[in-house]
Design a protein around this ligand. Structure first.
Ligand code: KG4
Ligand code: ZN
Length: 369
């Protein structure tokens, strides 16, 4: 039996403003009571990418009303909260500060613990939040492929706050490659979902694109060369019609998926040597991509791993994953964090690996343009 906890979670690190409530009951089961999300997509679309100043202002404009709506929908008052959790990094620092300051103010006013949450840890633990009764429980350790607008990493998740990085991108994140490729082809914003949609009508064999690091040992990634190849191919292509767009989108998506699947297969071999074949979990915005999910499912099966992906709504940024991470920490006995902590634009999950290899996987999350 556990002590039940109810946590309000705030997420403001990029272009989604979110306030959610998660309750962990005495059996340890997570109840996702509400997630109020305001997507700023329309405010950034004109610029073809996230503009940090606009994002910060939009968070200020939206957050209070979302918190109020979350409390109403969860049918609780602030006095029912065991704690309040907010993303304090990594991310666009102006936005991060908005959620962090609101979280601290609520904690102070209602005399409850404030929990400073790493956005990446929110993603990393999100598949546990999504578990349905009847599902095989997801337990530590598991292998995590974290793929978002700012990150591409393979991590061994050994426990709350315990991560060992097996590999990460040495240049661009895969979400960034999706977004920039979409922009090159004028597919619209946000680029990842737009590119996936265009690729549905495309022939992935019409163009030839590279698979950086394919067939090499290790688990690091590289996407800069793939993105540049998309640019070159598109610039040189004479007939820039919708079919060419769809074909290049499909070719890019297949190349990116090949790279992710190949490096993940290497990571499974490394992980299995220490922990055995357990579960492969994919999280982060790019995990919403269906072609990638299906491919990873196949790779996991071939290596004897279970495959777990959160539902689409939990893949992209949300408040539930922050509330959930805060709730797990409270239940594990964390007392709450100092109210004088600062926002962290960079905050790697495996600080040791980040110090050893500062050039890669620094935990920085930048604008998604
Ligand atoms: O996790 P997330 O919402 O924000 C960050 O923490 O970065 O991830 C956003 C990223 C963007 O690069 C977006 O284009 C990408 O996830 N994304 C997708 C899809 N949906 C979102 N990429 C490929 N296919 C999708 N369906
Ligand atoms: Zn994210």
């Amino acid at each position: 039996m556990y002590k039940p906890v109810t946590v309000l979670g705030l997420e403001t690190s990029c272009d989604e403003t979110a306030a959610a409530v998660v309750h962990l009951d005495a059996n340890g089961k997570a109840h996702y009571l509400t997630d109020q999300i305001y997507s700023q997509i329309d405010e950034h679309a004109l610029y073809g990418g996230v503009v940090p100043e606009i994002a910060a202002r939009a968070h200020v404009g939206a957050l209070d009303a979302l918190i109020k709506a979350a409390m109403v929908e969860a049918n609780i008052t602030f006095d029912d909260l065991t704690g309040v959790a907010a993303t304090t990094g990594p991310g666009l620092v102006g936005g991060v500060m908005v959620g962090m300051m609101s979280g601290k103010a609520i904690a102070l006013a209602h005399n409850i613990p404030f929990l400073s949450i790493n956005h990446l840890e929110g993603h990393a633990l999100s598949p546990m939040l999504a578990q349905q009764s009847g599902d095989e429980p997801l337990t530590f350790p598991y292998l995590l492929l974290l793929v978002s607008g700012g990150h591409t990493q393979l991590l061994s998740v050994e426990g709350l706050g315990q991560y060992t990085r097996l590999g990460s991108t040495i240049d661009d994140a895969v979400g960034e490659a999706f977004d920039k490729s979409a922009k090159i082809m004028d597919l619209g914003f946000p680029g990842g979902p737009a590119l996936e949609k265009a690729a549905l009508q495309g022939d992935a064999s019409r163009f030839t694109l590279p698979r950086p690091l394919a067939g090499k040992p290790g688990c690091d990634f590289s996407f800069a060369g793939l993105k540049s190849a998309v640019r070159r191919t598109w610039e040189e292509w004479p007939q820039k019609d919708d079919q060419a767009r769809a074909d290049l989108a499909a070719t890019f998506q297949l190349a990116a998926t090949d790279v992710l699947a190949g490096r993940t297969a290497n990571a499974m071999d490394i992980f299995a040597k220490t922990h055995g074949a357990r579960a492969l979990v994919v999280a982060g915005g790019v995990a919403a991509n269906t072609v990638l999910r299906l491919r990873l499912m196949d790779v996991a099966k071939s290596k004897g791993f279970a495959f777990i992906a959160p539902p689409m709504s939990l893949c992209t940024d949300n408040g539930g994953m922050i509330a959930h991470a805060g709730a797990l920490y409270l239940r594990a006995g964390r007392k709450g964090d100092d109210l004088d902590i600062s926002a962290r634009p960079r905050w790697p999950l495996d600080e040791h690996a980040a110090r050893a290899h500062p050039a890669s996987g620094s935990g920085k999350k930048g604008p998604k343009s």
